[in-house]
Design a protein around this ligand. Structure first.
Ligand code: HAM
Length: 426
């Protein structure tokens, strides 16, 4: 019988060690930034009741869920996003002092068309502030998003684009009687379809020729916030709030903020400011996105908890890191222990343990092959140093230390190997 070869499912990824190095770098830098802003990590199940997303995530997301009826007859789904689970956790614990600053890094699943930077399973970092409706909270989450991207080495590569659902609602109500939310779902597709198709979809939704072309013009290109003040009138409360957020962002050193009417976000629960970070070169889709959602908690539990936050997938970040040639720093030095002849494994393990305790990563040869194969293997594993334990040298109490980068070697007393390597690490 021929072996049964089962392929990986479309839209899903395997992570080999070299891929995981990038993922680890993303996790580490992102978590460091979140902790630096005083956010605490939370986690939640990968499976939730489908009803959780029926509350206000929107039809598009519901259609993308990996949902099924479990053996107990419950209608459940792999989580397509983190926000509803996070809000569930917030509303379940009224004893917690708000504002809460929470972050999470779950895997999420969406049955979307796979393309560059979009998969059916991805890691999604989320950061949210619960219990503050201030512009300061809006600015803080956007500043955190920027700080993460800068920490990953992407400053200058991205641009923060903002809009407000409140402002868009006002504008749309001035243009047409068509329900603003149904217009948002068309605007959300602006970057995925041609201009002509976009105008056609607006017209099919019942917006007249003139209104459709006004919305198309509005969505084309980005503007400074000063320009928006001119378009919408400085007196509007919401534009005043947006200007405040942009001012506050300057105090965080975030200056690359543009106003973009095409950003309305696909999910239904946003109520105020919405934002996305974009690759300036325009090669990839949104790097991250979020906004204010003040009514989701009260829809879920009756508890009124204003909230603002964002989600950032690992996929576009990985593509940007590769495109920009960002070097992933390896923190710990790797030492490879080679053996030539009959060497007591217990002895090697004791030195390995001392080196690990001194903060080094150590791998010990298992196979006992020829020295050149061992060195080749050590080099392909990324070893910085090799310690060669040779049977004859050890009889004289000696080992050889090889610098795997320069190829230089020196013989030394086996007992001085640990202090010697420790001094080299400094
Ligand atoms: P979202 O815009 O649907 O928002 O997703 C946030 C981010 O997740 C996107 O900007 C992108 O980086 C990544 N992402 C989304 N779908 C995919 C995919 N199929 N493949 C790879 N990456 C993807 C939300 O999910 C909101 N819950 C975010 C939020 C948190 N809003 C407030 N708090």
């Amino acid at each position: 019988m021929s072996p049964l070869q089962i392929e990986k499912i479309r839209g899903f990824r395997d992570f080999y060690p070299e891929d995981m190095e990038i993922e680890k770098f993303i996790f580490q830098k992102t978590e460091e930034a979140a902790e630096a802003f005083g956010f605490s990590r939370i986690d939640f199940p990968s499976l939730e009741y489908l009803d959780l997303y029926r509350i206000k995530s929107g039809d598009e997301l519901l259609q993308q869920t990996y949902s099924f009826v479990d053996k107990g007859g419950r209608e459940v789904t792999l989580i397509p996003e983190a926000t509803p689970s996070t809000v569930r956790m917030v509303t379940a614990r009224k004893d917690l002092q708000r504002p809460l600053r929470w972050y999470s890094f779950p895997k999420v699943w969406r049955y979307e068309e796979p393309q560059a930077g979009r998969y059916r399973e991805h890691y999604q970092f989320n950061a949210d502030i619960f219990g503050s409706d201030s512009p300061e909270a809006d600015a803080e989450v956007i500043a955190l998003a920027s700080s993460i991207l800068d920490g990953l080495g992407l400053s200058g590569v991205y641009e923060m684009r903002i809009n407000s659902r409140k402002i868009m609602e006002e504008i749309i109500r001035n243009i047409t009687d068509v329900e603003p939310f149904s217009v948002f779902s068309i605007i959300d597709r602006f970057h995925k379809i041609s201009r002509e198709e976009f105008t056609e979809q607006l017209k099919s939704a019942g917006i007249g020729e003139e209104g459709a072309s006004m919305i198309t013009d509005l969505c084309s290109g980005t503007r400074s916030v000063e320009e928006i003040e001119r378009i919408t009138g400085k007196g509007s409360d919401e534009i005043g709030r947006i200007s405040k957020v942009v001012d506050l962002l300057r105090s965080y050193g975030v200056n690359s903020v543009r106003y973009d009417f095409s950003i309305v976000r696909g999910l239904s629960y946003y109520t105020g400011i919405v934002f996305e970070a974009y690759d300036r070169s325009g090669q990839f889709r949104a790097i991250l996105g979020g906004g204010r959602y003040d009514s989701l908690a009260s829809l879920m539990s009756g508890d009124n908890v204003p909230a603002v936050g964002f989600g950032m997938g690992d996929a576009v970040i990985t593509l940007l890191i590769k495109r920009e040639g960002i070097q992933i720093p390896r923190k710990k030095k790797l030492v490879y222990m080679c053996r030539v002849g009959e060497i007591d494994s217990g002895l090697m393990n004791r030195y390995a343990r001392e080196l690990r305790e001194a903060g080094m990563n150590v791998t010990v040869e298992l196979i006992n092959r020829g020295l050149s194969s061992q060195l080749k293997y050590a080099s392909s594993s990324g070893a910085d140093y090799a310690i060669i334990f040779g049977e004859r040298d050890l009889e004289k109490g000696q080992v050889t230390l090889r610098d795997m980068h320069s190829g230089s070697q020196e013989s030394m007393d086996v007992d001085s190997i640990v202090p010697h390597l420790v001094s080299l690490m400094k």
